[in-house]
Design a protein around this ligand. Sequence first.
Ligand SMILES: NC(=O)c1ccc[n+]([C@@H]2O[C@H](COP(=O)([O-])OP(=O)(O)OC[C@H]3O[C@@H](n4cnc5c(N)ncnc54)[C@H](OP(=O)(O)O)[C@@H]3O)[C@@H](O)[C@H]2O)c1
Length: 348
Amino acid sequence: MPTRAEGNAGSGKTVCVTGAGGYIASWLVKLLLSRGYAVHGTVRHLGVEKTGHLRRLENASENLRLFKADLLDYDAMAAAIVGCQGVFHVATPVPSEIITDPELQMLGPAVTGTTNVLKAASAANAERVVVVSSMVAVEINPKDWPQGKIRDESCWSDKEFCRSNQSWYPVAKIAAEAAALEYGRETGLGVVTLNPALVFGPLLQPTINTSSQFLIYFLRGGPDETRDKLWHIVDVRDVADALLLLYEAPEATGRHICAPHFVTARELLGLLKSMYPGYPCMAEDSIRDMEHPAPMTSGKLEKLGWSSRPLRETITDTVECCREAGFLQDADGGDDTPCRFPPLLNKI
Ligand SMILES: NC(=O)c1ccc[n+]([C@@H]2O[C@H](COP(=O)([O-])OP(=O)(O)OC[C@H]3O[C@@H](n4cnc5c(N)ncnc54)[C@H](OP(=O)(O)O)[C@@H]3O)[C@@H](O)[C@H]2O)c1
C-alpha cells in the first residue's frame, strides 16, 4: 500500500522550491517532479552549470519552471511564488570559506531572505511553507538544558553564545527559524520547520557543497584540526522525503528534528577506515577531545511516518558518487592541492 509520501499526490498542485539547484533542494525537486507536482524553482543563475542537472530530471521539461531570484529581491521571489499552493524554503548560504562580512554573507540572506519568502507566500495565499532550518538551531549550548537530557524540539541553541563565538551560520539559522515560526503564529500562515543534521548522500549537482566536503576531508586528509564532536547525520534523500512529508501531513506543526544517526568524529573516522582501507584519511591525532552532550531525537518526525536509511548505505552511496565525480582524486593519486576541512563545520 502506498504511504503518504508515495504515489501521484502532487498532481495538479504547484509548489515553489527556493535555491532549487543546491544539494538538498535538487533532491527535493527530483522527488516533487516524480510525485506529479509542478515545481517553480528559484536559482541565482540560470546558466547550464547551475541548472543543467535540474533540467535533465524526469518530468522537468513539462513540470519545472526556473526563476532567477536572489533572496534579498522580494519582487523576484514573489514572481516565483505566485500561483503556488506550497513553498519549500531551502535557500540559505552555506559557505565553505571563512565568513568575513556576516551581515552580507549570512544574516541578510538568511533572515531578511526568509521574511521575503514568507511575505511572498502570504501574498500568494499559499497554504503551507516548509522552512529548512538546521540542527545548529537546536544543539549548540542550549540554555537551562539538563546535561544528560535527550534534545527534542523544545531545545534551542543559544544565539548569544554563538554570536560571541562569531559562529555566524548558527546565528543566522536560529534567527531565521525563530522569525519564521513567529511569522506563522502572527499571520496564521502554515509554517513548519525541519532541522536536519549533517547531510551526506549522493550529489545531483556538479559542484561540491559544504557538508559533502566534510566526508571528503575525512577520506582525503589534510592540514586542518577538527574536534571529536558528536555528529548527527542524515541522508539527503531522507531529508527530501521529510520535507515532502511535512508539506503533505496536515497534522505537522512547529519544528521537526531530522537527525537519525549519531557518531563521534573518531568513531566516524574508524568506520571510514574499516570501509575504505585504501584511502589516506585524516590523521587521528588531528581530532581534539570534546565532551559529548546527550543526542537529539527524531521521534516527532518518525511519528508522522518518516523513516531513514542505514548510515552505512549513506556513506557507501556518497563515496561512490564522489569517486565517480572525481572529488576523491587526491586519494586516488591525482591532484596535489591540499584538501581543507570547511571552517563553518569547526564552528558548530
Ligand atoms: N547540508 C547540510 O548538512 C545541512 C544541514 C542542515 C541544514 N541545511 C540547510 O539546508 C539548506 C540547503 O543547504 P545545502 O546543504 O543544500 O547547501 P547548498 O547546496 O550550498 O545550497 C544552498 C542554496 O542556497 C542558495 N543561495 C545562497 N544564497 C542565496 C541568495 N542570496 N539568494 C538566493 N539563493 C541563495 C544557493 O544558490 P547558489 O547555487 O546560487 O549559490 C544554493 O542553491 C540550507 O538552508 C542549509 O542551512 C544543510
